[in-house]
Design a protein around this ligand. Structure first.
Ligand code: NIG
Ligand code: FE
Length: 416
C-alpha cells in the first residue's frame, strides 16, 4: 500500500463531487477548487483542499510537487467497450462508407460473426496481448477504468477463453478492467438450434462457471431484430437476475424494444439508444437505468447520435462511453467522442464530464469512483492547462499529461 502523500498544486481541481446523478447540469454548478492539492493514502483520497494550507496542516508530509499549470479531474471511466477481439474489420468500414449498411454486411457474413471467427482463431495469449495494448492506450488518454465485454466467442468454451483473457489482462495493466459477459451478442451461425435453445444452454452451462471462477458479475445482451428479441431474452435475464448478476442491455440501436427490457429488468444501464423516440427516453428517465450514449458507434456507422440532450432534459442519467470495438466503433478515443457528442447534442461541459466520470461509474455500479472526494479511489488525471474548459474545447486533442491510479503516478508525459 502506498504511503500518504500530498500531490499538487493544481491550478484547478474539478472534483465532480456533489453533482446530481440525474438530469441537466450547468457549468456554474461545477465544483472548481483553485490552487488545490490532494492527499492520498492507501490508494484512496484522504483530503482535498488548498495546497498551501495542506502543506502547513500536514507538516512533514511527502509531497509530489508539480511544476507549471495543471488542471485535475477524476480518471475517465469508459463503461462500455469490446476491446478483447481478434482481427480487424477495416473492410466492413470501407464497405459501409461505399454505401452498404451495417445490417446488410452482417447478413452477408461480415459484421459481428466475422470478428467471432477471428477471435475464435486467436489464442488466449494473443487476446491478452491485444487487450493489454488497447487498455494501455486508453490509460494514456486518461481512462482509468474500462469495462470490457466478451461476446466474440459465442460458445461456452470460447466465451470462457475471452473472459479469462480479460481477467488476466486486468492483472497486467494499470487501469481497472470491469468484465461483462455478452454471450447473447447474436445467435452463432454454427449453432444447431433456436435462439431460445442457445440462450438456455448459455445460462445453464456458462452462468454457474462465471460465478465459480469469479469471471464477471455482469450480463449483457444485444436486444435487436438481428440478435435477440425482448421475448427471447426475458428468461435469460430472469435467470441472470435470480443468480445475482447485474444486467446491462445493448438497447434501441436500430429498432426500439431494448430500453423497455432494460427498465423491466431493472438493468444498471441501457446503452446505444440511437433509435429511441421520446417514449423510450421518458421511460428510461423515470427509471433508475443509466442511459449510455455511444458516440463512437454513431461516428463509426455514420448514423444519428443518441438523443443525449433529451435524456437530460427529461430528467434521465446520461453516461457516455466509447463502445470501442472492431466493427461499429473502431476509433476508441473516449474524450474526443464525448466532446463531439457535446457539440452536436448541445451538452454543457459539466454534463459531458459527468457522463465520463461519476455517471459512468454509476453505469458500472461502482460506488467509489468518478469523483474526487474523501474515501474515493485516488484515480485522477492532470491536463496541461489552467482552465478546465480547454479540455473539451480541444475536442480530444488535449490529452492528459499525467495519470494517477490508486494514488500512484502511472503515466507521466513529461518523461516520454
Ligand atoms: O455495441 N451492437 C452490437 N454490438 C457492438 C458492435 C459489435 C461489432 O460490430 O463487432 C456495438 O456496436
Ligand atoms: Fe457495444
Amino acid at each position: 500500500m502506498n504511503k500518504r502523500k500530498l500531490i499538487g498544486p493544481f491550478k484547478q481541481i474539478i472534483s465532480m463531487a456533489g453533482l446530481s446523478l440525474k438530469g441537466a447540469i450547468s457549468d456554474h454548478q461545477l465544483p472548481i477548487l483553485e490552487d488545490g492539492g490532494i492527499i492520498v493514502a492507501d490508494g484512496k483520497i484522504q483530503t482535498i483542499g488548498n495546497f498551501e494550507a495542506l502543506t502547513k496542516k500536514f507538516e512533514g508530509i511527502e509531497i509530489q510537487a508539480l511544476k507549471g499549470n495543471h488542471t485535475c479531474m477524476p480518471g475517465l471511466i469508459d463503461s462500455h467497450t469490446h476491446i478483447c477481439f481478434g482481427g480487424s474489420r477495416a473492410k466492413d468500414y470501407a464497405m459501409r462508407n461505399a454505401g452498404k449498411s451495417y445490417l446488410d454486411i452482417a447478413k452477408s457474413g461480415g459484421g459481428i460473426w466475422d470478428t467471432v471467427t477471428q477471435t475464435r482463431k486467436a489464442t488466449k495469449e494473443e487476446l491478452i496481448k491485444r487487450t493489454t495494448k488497447l487498455a494501455n492506450r486508453h490509460l494514456k488518454n486518461g481512462v482509468t477504468t474500462i469495462e470490457v465485454k466478451s461476446g466474440y466467442g459465442l460458445s461456452v468454451d470460447e466465451e470462457l477463453k475471452m473472459l479469462y483473457a480479460i481477467k488476466e489482462t486486468n492483472t497486467v495493466v494499470s487501469a481497472d478492467l470491469i468484465p461483462t459477459c455478452l454471450a447473447a451478442h447474436m445467435l452463432p451461425k454454427d449453432y444447431e438450434g433456436s435462439h431460445e435453445d442457445y440462450l438456455l444452454e448459455i445460462s445453464e452451462k456458462l452462468f454457474p462457471i462465471l460465478k465459480e471462477e469469479d469471471l464477471t458479475n455482469r450480463i449483457d445482451a444485444f436486444v435487436e431484430e438481428s440478435a435477440f428479441s425482448a421475448a427471447q431474452i426475458a428468461p435469460y435475464f430472469e435467470k441472470a437476475k435470480a443468480m445475482g448478476f447485474d444486467i446491462t442491455v445493448h438497447a434501441d440501436q436500430f429498432s426500439t424494444s431494448g430500453s423497455k427490457v432494460a427498465v423491466d429488468f431493472k438493468a444498471i444501464s441501457a446503452d446505444h439508444l440511437e433509435a429511441s423516440t421520446p417514449k423510450e427516453i421518458e421511460l428510461l428517465a423515470k427509471s433508475d437505468v443509466i442511459a449510455t450514449a455511444l458516440p463512437g458507434a454513431s461516428l463509426g456507422l455514420g448514423c444519428d447520435f443518441t438523443p443525449a440532450r433529451q435524456v437530460l432534459d427529461t430528467g434521465g442519467a446520461l453516461a457516455i462511453a466509447s463502445d470501442h470495438n472492431p466493427g461499429s466503433a473502431p476509433m476508441g478515443d473516449l474524450l474526443t467522442q464525448a466532446s463531439i457528442l457535446g457539440t452536436f447534442e448541445k451538452l454543457s461541459n459539466a454534463e459531458v464530464l459527468a457522463g465520463i466520470t461519476f455517471r459512468a461509474a454509476a453505469a458500472l455500479n461502482l460506488k467509489n469512483k468518478g469523483q474526487l472526494a474523501e474515501g474515493f479511489a485516488a484515480d485522477f488525471i492532470g491536463f496541461h492547462t489552467d482552465d478546465y474548459q480547454e479540455i473539451l474545447y480541444n475536442q480530444g486533442n488535449l490529452k492528459p499529461c499525467m495519470v494517477w491510479k490508486n494514488g500512484a503516478l502511472v503515466f507521466d508525459k513529461h518523461k516520454h
